[in-house]
Design a protein around this ligand. Sequence first.
Ligand code: SIN
Length: 279
Amino acid sequence: MSLTIKPAEGAGAYIGGIDLSILSSQEAKQLLDALGQYGVLFFRQQSLSPESHIELAEKFGSININRFFTAVEGYPQIAQVLKEPDQKKNIGEQWHTDHSYDQVPALGSILVARELPQSGGDTIFVSMFAAYDALEDKIKKRIANLTAVHSSRHVFGADAQKEANQEGEAPRFKNAAAATQDAVHPVVIRHPISGKKGIYVNPDFTVRINDVSEEESEVLLSTLYDHCLNLAFRHQFSWQPGSVAFWDNRATWHQAINDYHGQRRLMHRITLEGEALFA
Ligand code: SIN
């Protein structure tokens, strides 16, 4: 078997010719390079037990034990992303990039499909490389040296958790008292693997752009967000049994579509530690 890379329309690439349960260190290196180029990698027909999911993740670095998500029973390294048939809200419906509220944001996540609805439940990814490249020069210049504040407080703090954890249901999120992180990152970063430039603000966690008025911060952020949501930079991934997605938080946004009320969707997510980000 030899590894194949087929760029996806809009964002990411489909990887073939690989068995993630027995990944060699050479293949891991090829995948990491591809991640730096494409931002998100899609795999089909994989068979990963929770143990092999953990082994796979450890080939790319240390696992970040998520402080807010409920873990899969017996596997603290694996966060449970679950929507039950009687739940109306899902996890991850807002456009976001995970962990931008940390000073040293996570590299990315490996998401494995465990139980899927009959239809719906896709995930959309947006390429922050493609979005940056397509910006007008005058906007590139305007944001070149700016930084932004990101926060976890309004998403994982006590008020937000009260809303997300519905009464009578197993709680999705925990540890609200730990939602105290605020972090500052450049608005445009150089990707740590590929050196490509990408936009690094997102609608869920970015609170404001520094060193400009509140009003200008709002205008700049909404200009960037409108631009990033252009269909040309998006790829909608349809999950099948055996599907896996490996995304890089420094290169993509994602959104879990909440269009399968009355059905169960269960995903297992492992997040990898990252590094500080620079312009
Ligand atoms: C997430 O935002 O991490 C969840 C994505 C998904 O469930 O598709």
